[in-house]
Design a protein around this ligand. Structure first.
Ligand code: ATP
Ligand code: MG
Length: 781
């Protein structure tokens, strides 16, 4: 495998210094115990990975242990699938918790006992004010809070009430348990913080055993203390919470050496969405294929794209551990991936956009095997494979130029180029098809140049990749790029997130040709396709005989440059974002050359480009994409004619339809732009969810048809008319008489279960908010 990569010795960041000092002083008797405490309410993302690398890394470096502890004290959001997801992703990253797997919810009983200690010491009380009253009496940053009427309850009274809270005697919100610290602290979090609340909810592990749940500030420090954690590391937002952390442990009676909390900067990654709240709408709208979509910054997505775990660890080492928040340049991750793959990935040949080459002087029907090394000289790995060579080959279309620009070093009419590991060839004629496009190159090869050397010493400047046509394998290649056109902003509504999706974040190349060796290797091999980038077979769609490759990363950074070009003067059609000579074919400029040329030749298209950007408010990328040909632009215009919502229609056309139609042209589809407009209108009118609309669109692509009719045929109408909903409600309430009784007996929390049942019965077509309103009205009557 790859050489270990030296990224400097850890032990220099401030957390490591603290741990080192504690080790030296013997504060914990030479023991180090850290923990990684995810809340199982989503899948792991790259920010979590940073925390995993830090906590597990510390334990490894100092010979200690790192606990995996699920912070599952919040009943409603947790899920077993997420629990397993974290374990899988942590193992993949290369870390192991050994026997130290814990669930915070297993400590509920002990936490309860600690609360009794506080009550008996007069340091906690049951407050029966409403949450609004509690908030109002807490004061402000400039004004101290006021004591409420229940603050001076006796310990006996508090014990009794707290026991009855636990026993389920009260409804949600009737009482809380609060710490009795003081209402004048400059730290708002210290003004008699709430420790427990009543929540009649089902817990995925504890079932219905508990109806009081501890809050984070109370629970987390106790979990650390129960497990004898030494260094409890969390992100900066928790700085003010440290005071409660210490207060609880000291007052419950944990003596030094007890755990202490330290804060470090959270990871923010340029262009990435790292929170569940932002990823969920993308998954639900079908904009990404799931939590493991390779464009997402989830660990599942990163894994599926083909990033090796070493690269993610290297990235975490590179960004380091700091005390101040900052946004990390996305290029750093790519750099880390290249660093690792450059030293480990075998080089093979693939052609993305093939053009046929016929070697007219090579004997017909014969072929030979060439010995080709997998690694260049500077990579300390060995291995070769044999590559078939024959009379008919494929090379990249971009490696031939009829009218070469200055400095073009590849194939030109009459010129020579070297085929990697093969022979030197000379182009004698370019054959054109009826449209004037080059369809085939007739060349001769120089038999004296096997292996690429020229015995006569003549200079051949360029070397290009190729594959033998009869031996090549067909492959689908997925090129991934930044998911968003710009950095997502926290305030943005879900719709805005969808509209900002980069229409070229996934480009599927269907007709690629790869050398046959890739089919016999281990499917998990990550390759460098020479001059193109790093790739591996998609672990979901690329199994068995199906050759589907994901691009893991390009060979060089191209995004920064393209983003610059896009920013400067895209509206002026003078943009020259042409591909620099020698750049890999996988790189795409902000404004494609081809579409640029189409506009130069058609003033109507050029005019539309301006209008889309200036008047319709489309991004330059969308405007460019939609004016590359009359075909796409007319389709867009027709859709707008039916539903004038340019951004939404552009997203449908550029992202969803683009993915669904594959290589088919728009004119070959069984419906026109009007159909797409009508579909978008149904979504805008709230008659159809965006998720369901995507299914309708898939049907339309296959069979055509009127969207409204398809919606009713497929049973996808959003159920919002209350008549239909009431009927479903009746059924559900009838089916669960016990639960209805429980609800009426005070377990209001189970309304969520009813909502779930109604949603299921309506096949997801009902609006959950309306359902909830109707349900509560019905149940409370
Ligand atoms: P999210 O809302 O994105 O899931 P979170 O902080 O609620 O984030 P938790 O599951 O509670 O996620 O976090 C588990 C651990 O991972 C915590 O110790 C937390 O500090 C850490 N963590 C989460 N996000 C980041 C991040 N972006 N950078 C560094 N550490 C993070
Ligand atoms: Mg969270």
């Amino acid at each position: 495998m790859s050489e270990p990569i030296d990224v400097g010795t850890p032990g220099t960041d401030f957390i490591r210094q603290i741990v080192a000092t504690d080790m030296e002083s013997g504060r914990y008797g030479g023991r180090v115990a850290t923990r990684f405490p995810p809340e199982p309410n989503g899948y792991m993302h790259i920010g979590h990975a940073k925390s995993v690398c830090l906590n597990f890394g510390l334990a490894q470096e100092f010979g200690g242990a790192c606990h995996l502890r699920y912070d599952d004290t919040n009943p409603e959001t947790e899920d077993e699938a997420f629990v397993l997801g974290f374990q899988e992703d942590i193992r993949w990253l290369g870390f192991d918790w050994g026997e130290h797997l814990y669930f915070a919810s297993d400590y509920f009983e002990r936490m309860y006992e600690c609360a009794l200690v506080l009550i008996d010491k007069g340091l906690a009380y049951v407050d029966s004010q409403t949450s609004e009253e509690i908030r109002a009496s807490r004061g402000t940053v400039t004004e101290p809070g006021r004591s409420g009427p229940f603050r001076d309850r006796t310990a006996a009274e508090n014990r009794d009430l707290f026991a009855r809270m636990r026993a389920g005697d009260f409804e949600d919100g009737a009482h809380v348990l609060r710490a009795k610290i003081g209402l004048a602290s400059p730290n708002m979090l210290m003004r008699d913080p709430v420790l427990y609340r009543i929540r009649h909810a089902h817990h995925y592990r504890q079932g219905d055993d508990w109806c009081i749940y501890p809050l984070y500030d109370y629970a987390h420090c106790l979990e650390d203390a129960f497990e004898e954690v030494t260094h409890s590391i969390c992100t900066l937002e928790f700085e003010n919470n440290r005071e409660i952390y210490d207060w609880v442990l000291d007052n419950v009676g944990f003596e030094e050496p007890r755990p202490h909390q330290y804060e470090f900067a959270r990871l923010f990654l340029e262009g990435a969405v790292l929170s569940k709240r932002e990823i969920t709408p993308l998954v639900e709208a079908g904009t990404v294929s799931g939590w493991d979509d390779p464009r997402l910054s989830t660990v599942r997505g990163i894994r599926r794209r083909g990033v090796p775990p070493e690269a993610l660890r290297l990235f975490c080492d590179l960004i380091g551990v700091a005390k101040a928040n900052s946004v990390v340049d996305g290029g750093k991750l790519d750099y880390s991936i290249r660093e690792v793959l450059n030293r480990s990935a075998p080089r093979v040949m693939a052609v993305m956009d093939p053009i046929k080459v016929v070697l007219t002087n090579y004997p017909e029907g014969s072929s030979e095997e060439l010995d080709a090394p997998y690694f260049p000289h500077d990579v300390p790995l060995e291995g070769t494979r044999s590559v078939p060579f024959s009379r008919e080959l494929y090379i990249e279309r971009a490696d031939f130029e009829q009218d070469p620009p200055k400095g073009f070093r590849r194939l030109i009419p009459g010129g020579e180029v070297r085929l990697r590991y093969g022979y030197v060839i000379r182009c004698t004629e370019a054959v054109h098809d009826d449209d004037g496009r080059v369809s085939e190159l007739l060349c001769t090869y120089d038999p004296e140049t096997r292996g690429g050397t020229t015995p006569d010493g003549r200079k051949v400047k360029g070397t290009i990749q190729w594959v033998s046509a009869p031996h090549a394998l067909d492959a689908e290649i997925r090129l991934y790029d930044h998911l968003f056109l710009d950095a997502p902003d926290d305030e943005a509504a879900d719709d805005d997130i969808l509209a900002r999706v980069n229409p070229e974040s996934l480009v599927v190349v269907a007709g690629a040709k790869v050398e046959p060796s890739v089919a016999i290797d281990d499917p998990a091999t990550r390759y460098q396709f020479e001059r193109t980038g790093y790739f591996w077979r998609d672990p979901v769609d690329g199994v068995g005989n199906s050759l589907v490759f994901n691009r893991i990363v390009t060979l060089k950074d191209s995004w920064g440059r393209r983003a610059e070009v896009a920013k400067t003067d895209v509206a002026a059609s003078s943009v020259s974002a042409s591909r620099p000579t020698g750049s890999a074919p996988g790189d795409r400029p902000a404004v494609s050359e081809r579409r640029e040329a189409a506009r130069a030749a058609d003033s109507e298209l050029a005019g539309r480009f301006q209008r889309y950007a200036d008047e319709l408010g489309l991004s330059p990328e969308h405007a460019d994409l939609l004016t590359g040909s009359r075909e796409i632009s007319d389709f867009f215009e027709a859709a707008l004619g039916v539903h004038h919502a340019p951004v939404a229609v552009a997203a449908w056309l550029g992202t969803d339809l683009r993915g669904l139609r594959g290589e088919r042209s728009l004119t070959d589809l069984p419906f026109g732009g009007e159909g797409l407009g009508a579909l978008a209108a149904l979504v805008a009118d709230d008659r159809l969810s965006r998720r369901a609309a995507k299914d309708v669109l898939a049907r339309m692509v296959e069979e055509g048809g009127d969207p409204a009719e398809l919606v009713s045929e497929m049973g996808l109408e959003k159920v919002s008319d209350t008549g239909a909903l009431e009927a479903i409600l009746d059924e559900v309430l009838e089916a669960w008489p016990d639960k209805v009784a429980e609800y009426r007996g005070g377990r209001k929390g189970i309304v969520g279960m009813f909502v779930g049942e109604v949603m299921k019965a309506s096949k997801g077509a009902a609006d959950p908010q309306t359902v909830k309103e109707l349900l509560t009205r019905r149940l409370d009557s």
